[in-house]
Design a protein around this ligand. Sequence first.
Ligand code: UD1
Length: 434
Amino acid sequence: MPAALSISQEILKPHLEIQGGHTLSRELKVSGAKNSALVLMTSALLSEGPLELHNVPQLTDIQGMADILSSLGVRVKRSQETVWLQADDLHHAEPPYDLVNGLRASFFCIGPLLGRLGHAKVPLPGGCRIGARPVVEHIRGLKALGAMVKVEHGVVTASVPGTSRRLKGAAIVLDCPSVGATETILMASVLAEGTSTIENAAQEPEVQDLAKMLNAMGARVSGAGGPIITIEGVERLHGCNYSVIPDRIEAGTFLIAAAITRSIVRVSPVIPEHLNAVLQKLRDCGCTLEIDKQGITLIPGDLHGVDIITQPFPGFPTDLQAPFMALLTTAKGTSVVTEKIYENRMQHVAELQRMGASIRLQGNTAVVEGIPQLSAAPVSGNDLRAAAALVLAGLAARGISQVDGLNHLDRGYDGIETKLNASGAHILRHQPSG
Ligand code: UD1
């Protein structure tokens, strides 16, 4: 929030009003993974058959993707956490800029459109608040598979030369293990002629989820979850029913919510192996974790600082850097948090400082000195995970905080205040009209 704005001006924006200091209890429910659901939805473009996706979170990004797919001719129906998609009448390979703008994941369409139709024209997703986020690796991979790719006037045009319209299997080595590039190349190569390999592939659980669903559609993908993925191209895929994995980032956020409020809470459903690096840091901080079949119960101790460095999976996820930093502001002693994935993902620092946090920022490294308690303030979440971090800080702070940036928060957290309130938090949503 610019310093010149007064609180009364600020609260005209949609915001959460959080009365801090309440202990949480019972259970926090985790929805399906946003980042999986988005890419799985675009896989519907690969087949004429119907795709029935379960455990899809109810988020603005999911609606954005549904709109983009509809614009291409995919029939889309949603009912609570189920989405039906059928691409038996694809009439368009160019999602319009006004729908694509603001939803980076829309670029995922390029791989399946190219694989299925042999051509695609997709606006470049552009950078975002947290960094430049190039797509050179995606484009290099598509070219290796035989596509002709042009980037002009902010639009990527890709086509498969020749009459067969089929991409050709190739050996691709990524310069960096990009999640999006791995997923784009994977979706493009499942319908290619021959075998493809992706070396230095991203190992994130969402890549594994995509490979698993593609195999359920008749693809032949092996090695996903490791650094080398092999894809034997097939001529066509069919529809399937599939359930999205639980959101590891939402689960991590809720475990941190328990820790920052010094509460005993069970978080479920969770696949613990998806969160190993985070669970280790929570234990290093002084939390005890009880892991059962479906969930994790966090029991807080006398918390002290730890050092965090974000890395590709299985390292500590960049998407939990800001939420974990909120926790460290109240943990005894010094913590050093280093962001290695994005060049501009420290915007929450200034907001946490407004809540009394003691943080020194040097480039992409933050040195946090824990204080006994944060104090409430009006703060602004400038990106999705920064907004989540500020909600967590608000839960622990003395007094009433106003957190804005709900347009970001609602992209990635399905009913966050409803879930937290059911567990004992006191959060009110203010959505001023006009
Ligand atoms: C995905 C996730 C996002 C998460 C990120 C890293 C989705 C929808 N989003 O984003 O929540 O924060 O993974 O875990 O799944 N890079 C290049 N060249 C490229 C591509 C990427 O240098 O061609 C760099 C990026 O600038 C960034 C890093 O690689 O520094 C990671 O990016 P990437 O793994 O591609 O992230 P996304 O797929 O965009």
